[in-house]
Design a binder for this molecule. Sequence first.
Ligand code: ADP
Ligand code: MG
Length: 668
Amino acid sequence: METLPLTAIKGVGEARAKALRQLGVNTVGDLLRFLPRDFQDFSEARPVASLKNGEMAAVRVRILEEPKLARFHGMTVVSVPASDGPDRLRLKWYNQPYRKNQVFAGQTKIACGRVDRARGVAMQNPQLLDELPGLIPVYPLCRGLTQRTVRTAMRGALELLESGLQETLPDDILADYGLCPLWEALHAVHFPAARETLLAARRRLAFENMTAYLAVVELQRQNRRRMNGIAFDVSGVRERLLKKLPFALTGAQQRVLDEIDADMQSPVPMNRLVQGDVGSGKTAVALYALCVAAANGRQGALLAPTEILARQHFETLSTIFGESACLLTGNMKKRERDAALDRIESGAALCVAGTHALLQEDVRFHRLGLVVTDEQHRFGVAQRAALEKKGVRPDVLVMSATPIPRTLAMLLYGDLDVSVLDELPPGRKPVKTSCIPESRRRDMYDYVARQAAQGLQTYVVCPFIEPSDTVDGPSATALYQELREAYPAVSFGLLHGRMGQQEKEHAIARFRSGETRVLVTTTVIEVGVHVDKAAVMIIEGAERFGLAQLHQLRGRVGRGSEQAYCFLLAESGGDAALARLCALTESNDGFWIAERDLAQRGPGDFLGTRQHGEGDAALFSAAGSMELLEEAKAAAQRVIDLPSVRNNAFLAAALARYQAKFDSIAMN
Ligand code: ADP
Ligand code: MG
């Protein structure tokens, strides 16, 4: 039943089915599993006075006058004043001239729409209803679909499967963890009657997903322990590398190299995560593993998330491997690229640094023995697996600057061993961080301007690229304009992810050379940009970031000899937001901060990044609590430990779902 084609649903023809397929929805079962990305809460009528700019809300209004129709720039606007009793608001419809004939003075209606408080209070393109519509799911859409068509199709799908939907979780697990049945959950998530049932439904669906995912992780781990990979000889490698490095290793680096030695010597393929703050020296650790591979005649690949970082790594590799180092990125000219591909295939290139370009099919290695992924959270599991397949059970090392609390790492990375670089190289001064109240914002920028005149450089990080009508918050482009006008003597630069590759590179080069003193940017600088002279970082709208991410951002300053400063500004959320950010002023220890983050915001952020780009992020982060994750882990173990027909069906579905994301999982 669940595999019925979409066209089996009443009202879904070939055109809609085609549109849905673009979203990865191929069958009736897929459709039911196609979850809303958000919900609009129209379950209560709100007083006008409580409305916030940009939010979706329902208000019970009386229409005060006859509506007026205006035209300008080829657009029509129907506008009418209304009141909720104590306060007024204006209803506006753009390009819906027919509204003029549907709205009358004296009517009482529920208006549902987006609040605009730019000039007075207004609501844009509201729906006018007689009753409160309750909770409305919002689905991700593509061309050819509207919220309404998806909802109609969803209703049809539920009717069609009325009795034919298979429960996926074993009964005892449903009972023991107090989960609602699949059928109820799907009903409640697509047509929520009340907040409580919606939450129960989301909990159940998230639980099932996590259990499936964690079961696959566990199978993967068990499977790997039985695999036969490469047993490397490490003798003499460390001494030779140390002679070429301009520094002595930190204690933490030595400890991690010991752990890598043990892994690489063993025939079980290494699968190790190295976590360490920005600047903790992960590159040297990667270099070491690459040297071990090379000393054994095996190629190593170093995968980086950005072009800039790949090039930086290539330069480092060249100092150690000379001519045997190689670079492969998406921006190379065909001739360059072909030459690189030849060297990789012949084995002349012992050590290859590259971006996503390394994952392409025509990249063939001669004898790939080691895969290192830098800033691993930028890559999905599937992408890493694609690279690992280019070798025969190669050793795998992943490096991350996002410290993940131990408890969470143990749950999530059941298939990985974890090493921690918890010591910075000597001589680093910790970044001094402070929270800046709005009243001191101006003083702070004056300070930055004075510093700029002395040659010091500053990053200003904003949560958004451009101003938008849906979310209100500091944007890089707007702030760049504002600052340029306020401080004409200072040279400002702009850098964000929507700029072209060349533009970005120029912006970075100008900042690096010191030509621009203040770089207004977004989180694109989170990875890769190293500028020693930049000793100050301002983070606008800091309350919009997780603590762990803020910590990672500030790691971009303080790499030189100057004392570095980080200033945090909260643009909304008031004192509570600032209090949360205070954790950052108290400590420079990424792991301690990550624990705080976990306690404050739940595991959603961490799960979200782990799942980045793989479609389940919303569901995982909706789950929220550590307890649920722990319960799912226990349930996963139960599903694996107690094989029965029922469990195997669950595992088979789990594997079908996540197999693409893993390398090779045998079911046995
Ligand atoms: P990350 O962990 O952020 O990748 P890097 O590997 O880029 O850090 O190292 C940051 C800087 O610290 C580099 O300039 C590197 O050469 C230097 N470094 C690494 N290890 C040491 C060490 N043991 N002693 C001194 N400097 C080191
Ligand atoms: Mg690094």
